[in-house]
Design a binder for this molecule. Structure first.
Ligand SMILES: *[C@@H]1O[C@H](CO)[C@@H](O)[C@H](O)[C@H]1NC(C)=O
Ligand SMILES: *[C@@H]1O[C@H](CO)[C@@H](O)[C@H](O)[C@H]1NC(C)=O
Ligand SMILES: *[C@@H]1O[C@H](CO)[C@@H](O)[C@H](O)[C@H]1NC(C)=O
Length: 788
């Protein structure tokens, strides 16, 4: 950066304003200055009073100073002078205001102003200061204070700057010369009003001859006509701005502009080859892609988008073309199944054209290209095919096993024409109703058919090539089973009806209909009649309505419940098939008591009525009920008695041993259902019957006054001892409350036996096993003569 150094400028501006009374001073501006009303020298203090304008003796207004002064000495700016200054040193000059002490200095005696620092106009363009002349002795102002300006003078110390750079711009390729690309703008901080320091000129340093820039406006334009994006798609320009109108010595700044060329459709699609060949298996499924071709286009984006179509050829109905939206490839798609045996190759003429054209470039030639696509069909071993694929057959349900139903036929579509073997898919005929001849395809029945079970058989027939078992063709055979009359008609529901006791003859009591599982072609025709006259004995008649219904009417009046509560009418229904089938169905008629409006009030219970044989009277019913009641009472009584005979059977979970130990705690006898496990004991009694102890006679008692009681006890004891169902041990049966000191002593079997000093040995008890160990111990004590 170079600075222009100008010679220092000395400025003393003393201008005469309006009076020239011996004073050469003058001012440019008269209005802002203050006036001094009285001027007294030496004596009293200065008294100011604002009055009308008066002559002034010295005025100054403006100094100029160059910026960026780099000299060692303070730079002289100018001089203050008062005409009161006689040069005798009586006047002192004082400076105040912006930068008065820091930047600017004044010589008190001479009024010379210097700047002590280098100034920058771009930082501060002028400084406002005040000056005053004072009497050196009194320090009184000799002149009113005056204001002046120090202007900093510009030098070209700032280079132009591109504040918005670097730039990126786009312009379409092949734009005409002079197409505006963008405008660059540089700014210069120097004073635009002074000199040419901020007067810029633009030029292009890099990017010629493709682009140019207008020197004054900075508009960048194309400078070559046929710039091709496909050759070069971006340019880097360097633009310079220079001040001083671009003259030597001016300062300059640069920026870069990246110009991208945008695409236009100036390239047609082209197939890289003139012909393509593909092979397609004849088994290819419809809508599969069989070939892909691609025309090339140097353009980008939408300008490279293409449409493919088949112009002509022999595959117009067999193929069509689509464009892959992602790759712009042309897809050849199969729209009809191929058959190698019919046609082995196809040739298509295919065109690719741009979807969006630019008319400017059409003159250069067509924006499309044509190529040939050959498609070779490959032979594939195909499974046999049936004709027809679905066949319908019919067979009577009466047909005997082995009846031929029909036949199917399939052939190998391949040139080899391999022989075919037939079979039935067993999954479609799980119950094996049909068989097929392997060679001829004739189907016959292998079981009796029943239309009422299955009216339609949907079977799948397989045809397999005899040489290649993997080639299997399928056909559906629908065998419908035709009806024969093999089901008799019957009531649709079990009819239950009633007749009022006061019914009149000719009253319809029920209307009957019938169903039949068979399905004759002309529909059903049922005939109704009553059979077995004795059963209804002129009480009812049946009227066939000839519309597959029949009405049952009363034939007489005077039905009486107590005479005969029920009628069972045998209704014969016959169909009109060949041969006709008939069945007898029973209609139950209950005789009911009815009120005046014919509403049933009481009928014989239908359940019990159904149990009764025909012709039983009400009396018999009553009698039977009575008998049943008696029988029930007898059974209950018996059950109660049995319960009373088995009082010893108690909780069978208890352990015998545990209960016998507490001998003192004599239990409640037969009433004590808590004490013993009688079931176990009874069981023991049965298996070990040989050990059963027969009771001997009890000893006589000592005191007569207990005679009666004693006899009673003895009787009970004897009874207990002789009781074959009693357990083989003391069950501690207590017949009366007795203490330990009772005169009757213990009446237990134990004591009775012990008191006898029986010759019987109880050794066997220890042989009975652990269950009886406690008992055995007890008896061992007794044998040893111990007390109870
Ligand atoms: C004179 O001074 C006044 C006020 O300070 C200012 O507005 C005016 O522009 C000045 N005139 C000249 C010629 O400098
Ligand atoms: C017979 O079976 C095949 C396959 O099991 C099925 O597609 C077809 O709909 C069936 N036809 C009839 C009439 O039920
Ligand atoms: C038929 O009923 C009548 C009365 O309605 C009776 O006199 C006759 O004995 C009955 N005949 C038979 C066979 O039950």
């Amino acid at each position: 950066m170079s600075f222009l150094r100008l010679p220092s400028m000395l400025t003393v501006i003393i201008l005469s304003l309006w009076e020239t009374s011996g004073c050469g001073a003058m001012t440019l501006n008269s209005t802002a200055l203050l006036q001094v009303s009285a001027r007294t020298r030496g004596g009293g203090a200065g008294v100011y009073s604002t009055q009308s304008r008066r002559r002034r003796s010295w005025v100054w207004n403006q100094f100029f100073v160059l910026e960026e002064y780099t000299g060692d000495e303070p730079l002289y700016i100018g001089k203050l002078h008062s005409d009161l200054d006689k040069g005798d040193g009586q006047v002192r000059y004082v400076l105040s205001g912006e930068g008065a002490m820091s930047i600017f200095s004044i010589d008190e005696d001479t009024g010379d102003i210097h700047t002590t620092k280098s100034l920058d106009r771009e930082q501060q363009a002028y400084y406002t200061l005040r000056a005053q002349a004072r009497d050196r002795n009194t320090n009184l102002p000799l002149e009113p204070e005056s204001q002046f300006i120090i202007k900093v003078q510009d030098i070209n110390d700032n280079e132009p700057k591109f504040l918005d750079g670097p730039y990126v711009a786009r312009v379409a390729e092949r734009s005409p010369v002079g197409t505006s690309v963008l405008t660059v703008v540089a700014t210069d901080a120097d004073d635009p009003t002074y000199g040419n320091s901020a007067h810029l000129v633009y030029s292009i340093l890099q990017g010629q001859p493709y682009f140019s820039v207008e020197p004054k406006s900075g508009v960048v334009r194309t400078a070559l006509p046929d710039m091709d994006r496909e050759l070069r798609d971006h340019y880097l320009l360097v633009i310079q701005a220079k001040d001083m109108i671009g003259q030597m010595g001016g300062l300059s700044g640069t920026t870069t502009v990246t110009v991208m060329l945008t695409d236009v459709n100036d390239n047609p699609p082209r197939f890289p080859r003139k012909s393509y060949q593909f092979s397609v298996p004849e088994s290819t499924l419809v809508s599969a892609v069989v070939a892909k071709i691609k025309a090339l286009d140097a353009d980008a984006g939408p300008n490279a988008e293409m449409d493919y179509r088949i112009l002509d050829g022999d595959g117009l109905g067999t193929f069509r073309m689509l464009t892959d939206p992602h790759t712009q490839e042309g897809l050849v798609i199969l729209i009809k199944t191929l058959d190698f045996e019919t046609k082995t190759s196809y040739a298509l003429r295919v065109e690719a054209s741009n979807r969006y054209m630019d008319t400017r470039f059409l003159s250069a030639g067509p924006f499309s290209d044509v190529a040939t696509v050959r498609l070779q069909v490959e032979d594939v071993n195909e499974p046999p095919c049936f004709s027809p694929r679905i066949s319908q057959m019919a067979v009577s349900e009466a047909a005997p096993v082995g009846t031929e139903v029909g036949s199917v036929s399939a052939h190998d579509p391949d040139a080899s024409n391999c022989p075919i073997r037939y079979a039935i898919d067993r999954k479609s005929d799980v119950e094996n109703y049909f068989e097929i001849d392997r060679q001829s395809g004739v189907i016959w029945t292998s079981r009796r058919l029943d239309r009422e079970l299955s009216a339609l058989h949907n079977i799948t027939v397989l045809a397999t090539e005899s040489l290649d078992h993997s080639q299997v063709g399928k056909a559906v055979v629908l065998v419908s089973v035709t009806d024969v009359n093999d089901n008799a008609p019957s009531f649709p529901v079990e009819y239950q009806t009633s007749v009022c006791e006061d019914a009149q003859p000719g009253q319809i009591i029920v209307t009957l209909s019938a169903v039949d599982l068979d399905e004759p072609k002309n529909g059903h025709h049922f005939l109704f009649s009553l059979a077995a006259k004795a059963a209804w004995n002129q009480s009812f008649v049946l009227r066939d309505n000839n519309d597959n219904t029949a009405s049952v009417l009363t034939w007489r009046a005077g039905f009486l419940q107590r005479e005969r509560p029920l009628y069972f009418l045998p209704v014969v229904i016959s169909d009109c098939g060949t041969p006709p089938l008939s069945s007898t169905n029973t209609l139950t008629v209950t005789v009911c008591e009815c009120d005046l409006h014919g509403n049933r009030r009481s009928c014989v219970q239908e359940m019990s009525a159904l149990l009764l044989p025909e012709g039983l009277s009400l009396a018999a019913v009553v009698l039977l009920t009575g008998l049943l009641t008696l029988l029930g009472v007898a059974m209950v009584t018996g059950a109660i008695r049995r319960r009373r005979k088995e009082p010893l059977i108690i909780d069978d979970e208890r352990d015998v041993r545990e209960n016998i130990v507490c001998y003192d705690d004599e239990g409640g006898g037969e009433e004590d259902t808590e004490a013993f496990d009688m079931f176990t004991l009874r069981h023991l009694n049965e298996t070990k019957r040989s050990y059963h102890v027969t009771a001997p006679e009890p000893p006589p008692f000592r005191e007569d006054k207990h005679q009666l009681f004693q006899e009673f006890i003895e009787d009970r004891l004897r009874e207990a001892n002789l009781d074959m169902t009693a357990p083989p041990f003391d069950s501690v049966q207590t017949y009366a409350l007795e203490g330990s000191g009772s005169a009757a002593v213990s009446l237990s079997s134990f004591s009775s036996l012990t008191s006898l000093e029986s010759e019987q040995s109880y050794h066997f008890l220890s042989e009975w096993g652990p269950k009886f160990r406690k008992l055995a111990e007890l008896y061992k004590d007794r044998e040893g003569g111990g007390a109870s």
